[in-house]
Write a protein that binds this ligand. Structure first.
Ligand SMILES: NC(=O)c1ccc[n+]([C@@H]2O[C@H](COP(=O)([O-])OP(=O)(O)OC[C@H]3O[C@@H](n4cnc5c(N)ncnc54)[C@H](O)[C@@H]3O)[C@@H](O)[C@H]2O)c1
Length: 436
């Protein structure tokens, strides 16, 4: 991966908490605060004020809007877009008191429906926050870059290979246009994780032999069914459980683990993946067609293997853990714990830890204003494909190479988005479900 696409290196200094956002971004961008103050803001039309739109006004989106406003007191939230009117109203009701004068959304800037995102692109906003279910990301990202907007882009960035290919092309376009794309793969913006991974890559545990990725967790929300909902509305409201909308939970959630594995491997893709998975607990139709567990072994061309495990099952006595366990020739590391253990020595990150969700927005806006837009395009696409490739392996039982995954023609979801009936997708069956 070329360095201009990577997240800026971690800030080694330890600024005071009061100044952490400005100093971290300035240091990460390799510029001084004094310098930053004199760089004209791009796309701000002569003022420092940046207008921001939120597309996808659910839990993460509302929080991202707050993170974006905290990044700079001059930022203004001016548009909200969502598939559903009640989500727009709930977001407005929550964000107005939370943001105070930074909330500047007028009634005619509340956009509803599948086409709501297009109205945002026609508006005068500088930055869009893409926070819908992942299925829609490639289309929304392309529209944003075509319209000259900077982007905060939640993970994952697609649910299938055609989506990943589209995102890769759009991110190249963003580079040529000088537009920023910051990914919601938030651990890349966590100071403790950055320092731990930097030390591992500098040789703290020798050469990496293997990585175990655990995302062993309980279940998430289910929003039920109302008689007045069409099947499309039902699936969209419960998008987590439909592969065409979420990618399955190893894509939607476990991508955080797989992204750290990719980062540890120098953002170089693996050769192949073999896996198994299924639905053991969530077997009823209300759970759509996703699996409840996946176990995938990825192999790299240098012999390193990543063993990745994820399950979403509830049970008081079950062992739950989200951790990246890195085994090296001279020791071990636990990335989320920020801990490195070698013979006779244990290191742990004890520096400052500003919230990673705030840091990603602080760096996004600082990079725009510095005229050095961050582009996380390559790794966010590769991490998404890494997860999709794992799902291809668990759904089919086949050994899936990176090239197969990247060139797959399988396009998930309906041809058109309309309220009404939509197919209830089948649960994949290894041996019967073939790679496409
Ligand atoms: N980085 C993180 O730690 C993190 C945490 C949670 C969620 N996420 C990601 O954020 C995204 C949103 O997750 P969430 O938890 O907010 O889900 P959510 O269901 O709470 O919100 C999604 C919103 O998008 C709306 N929506 C659906 N289809 C749309 C469309 N075509 N156009 C416009 N709006 C549409 C929904 O009505 C809903 O309001 C997902 O990609 C998820 O993976 C990231």
């Amino acid at each position: 991966m070329s360095s201009d696409l990577s997240t800026p290196a971690a800030n080694a200094s330890a600024p005071s908490r009061r100044d952490f956002l400005r100093t971290s971004t300035a240091a990460a961008l390799g510029t001084s605060l004094a310098g930053l103050a004199h760089v004209p803001a791009v796309h701000a039309q002569g003022s420092d004020e940046m207008k921001v739109a939120l597309i996808g006004c659910g839990g993460r989106g509302r929080q991202a809007a707050i993170n974006a406003m905290r990044a700079d007191s001059k930022n203004r939230l001016t548009c909200l877009a969502d598939a559903f009117g009640d989500q727009l109203e709930a977001a407005k009701g929550g964000l107005l008191p939370a943001l105070g004068p930074q909330f500047q959304v007028k009634e005619d800037n509340l956009f509803k429906g599948f086409d709501a995102y297009r109205r945002v692109m026609d508006s005068d906003v500088d930055v869009v926050l893409l926070c819908t279910p992942p299925h829609f990301r490639p289309e929304h990202l392309k529209a944003a870059i075509d319209a000259g907007k900077h982007v905060f882009c939640e993970k994952p960035v697609a649910v299938d290979a055609p989506g990943v290919r589209s995102v890769l092309a759009t991110c190249e376009e963003a580079k040529t246009k000088g537009l920023a794309i910051v990914s919601g793969l938030c651990w890349r913006y966590d100071w403790g994780v950055r320092e731990t991974i930097k030390r591992i890559q500098d040789g703290a545990i020798g050469d990496i032999i293997a990585i175990q990725e655990n995302y062993l967790t309980g279940t998430l929300w289910h929003r039920g069914r109302k008689p007045e909902w069409s099947e499309m509305e039902y699936q969209l409201r419960n998008w987590l459980y439909y592969t065409w909308l979420s990618g399955d939970h190893n894509v939607e959630q476990h991508i955080h683990s797989l992204d750290k594995a990719l980062w540890l491997m120098g953002d170089k893709p693996p050769v192949a993946a073999v896996g198994m998975g299924g639905r053991q607990v969530r077997t009823g139709p209300e759970w759509g067609n996703i699996y409840d567990h996946h176990a995938v072994a990825y192999e790299w061309d240098n012999g390193v293997r990543v063993y990745s495990f994820t399950r979403q099952m509830a049970g008081e006595r079950m062992f739950n853990e989200t951790e990246d366990i890195v085994l090296g020739t001279k020791g071990q590391a636990r990335v989320i714990k920020h801990e490195i253990t070698t013979e006779g020595d244990k290191w742990r990150y004890r520096g400052e830890k500003p919230g990673m969700y705030d840091v990603e927005h602080a760096e996004l806006f600082a990079s725009i204003k510095a005229g050095k837009p961050i582009n996380n395009g390559l790794y966010m696409s590769y991490s998404t494909l890494l997860a999709v490739m794992g799902r291809m392996a668990t759904y089919t039982g086949e050994r899936i190479t990176w090239d197969m995954a990247l060139n797959s023609q399988e396009k998930l979801g309906p041809e058109r988005y309309e309220w009404g009936d939509v197919k209830s997708p089948e649960v994949a069956m290894p041996g019967k479900t073939n790679f496409a």
